[in-house]
Design a protein around this ligand. Structure first.
Ligand code: NDP
Length: 294
């Protein structure tokens, strides 16, 4: 039987609807609205697109957004000053510094300067540290990993006691999603570029999270029958039949895997829409915490 297709677009739309209702209720009760500050350095087209999408999503659910576009050659001191001003601004509940930053800026120093209470991307070293420790709660969890777990939860896929395999160990996706699975009591294997006999490791997975950035690397015969697959990868492959000349595919060969898996996310339309929904979630939760005086 073909796999259940996990519809990230529909799940993200439902979450955005929930957030919109919460924001309206917050506004009615306190007159306050959650606010997200986006900081964009330079003119990378992909970063501009991501920031534009985030601001649009904020407007759709009633969040305020404040944008700061800085020139490519902005100094570390100027950027740090902006972050400190935003930390002190009570209309701002979340600060998002769009990555990657130009090479002359020290990403770790900038991310560490964001107030823990406004670290809606969840990349502050203290938030990542708490995520990696037993019985510690980060204030915010990074958005894409959080979205992966939300997709499993809202599809009714149990995590506890399952064999989970994560492909990739990046700070942004692989590592934090692995930590989240561990917190939820999965038995965990993390794979990377030096893992030996990857197909054999993947065949053990009840839950597979693929975050590698290699087009359709995971083949259908790597999949355990009935497995749940969350495909984070976004890869452009040439496609002359497409008017753009390319199409987007995941890290998993979808057409092969869907015949064997129990549930699978498509690319696009799986994890992608969840990342922004989780950013809105984190910003709203941050505002609620501030209002509650926590
Ligand atoms: P990185 O390049 O930072 O990390 C890739 C990881 O995959 C590394 O850990 C690397 O291993 C591992 N890897 C690379 N090649 C292989 C291989 N042949 N076999 C096994 N492991 C391998 O990527 P990101 O984590 O930032 O992103 C991963 C994918 O997810 C990309 O396609 C990206 O576009 C997508 N993405 C999607 C998002 C969304 O919203 N849907 C958000 C963020 C990312 P090693 O550590 O040894 O180098």
């Amino acid at each position: 039987m073909p796999a259940q297709i996990i519809d990230g677009k529909a799940i993200a739309a439902a979450i955005r609807g929930e957030i919109k209702a919460e924001v309206e209720a917050m506004k009615a009760a306190s007159g306050q609205v959650p606010g997200l500050a986006t900081v964009l350095v330079g003119e990378r087209k992909d970063s501009q697109t991501y920031v534009r999408m985030k601001k649009k999503a904020c407007a759709e659910v009633g969040l305020n957004s404040f944008s700061y576009d800085l020139p490519e050659d902005v100094s570390q001191e100027e950027l740090l000053k902006l972050v400190q001003d935003l930390n002190a601004n009570s209309d701002v509940h979340g600060i998002l510094v769009q990555l990657p930053l130009p090479d002359h800026l020290d990403t770790e120093t900038i991310l560490s300067a964001i107030s823990l209470e406004k670290d809606v991307d969840g990349f502050h070293p203290v938030n990542i540290g708490r995520l990696s420790m037993k019985q510690r709660e980060p204030l915010f969890v990074p958005c894409t990993p959080k979205g992966c777990i939300e997709l499993l939860d809202r599809t009714g896929i149990e995590i506890e006691g399952k064999q989970a395999v994560v492909l990739g160990r990046s700070n942004i996706v692989g590592l934090p999603v692995a930590m989240l699975l561990l917190h939820r009591h999965a038995t965990l294997t993390i794979c990377h570029s030096r893992t030996r006999d990857l197909p054999q490791v993947v065949r053990q997975a009840d839950i597979l999270i693929a975050a590698v950035g290699r087009a359709e690397m995971v083949r259908g015969d790597w999949i355990k029958p009935g497995a749940a697959i969350i495909d984070v990868g976004i890869n452009a492959v040439d496609d002359p039949t497409n008017e753009r000349g390319y199409r987007l595919v995941g890290d998993v060969a979808f057409d092969e895997a869907k015949e064997i898996a129990g549930a699978i996310t498509p690319v696009p339309g799986g994890v992608g829409p969840m990342t922004i929904a989780m950013l809105l979630r984190n910003t709203t939760d941050g505002a609620k915490r501030t209002l509650a005086g926590a």
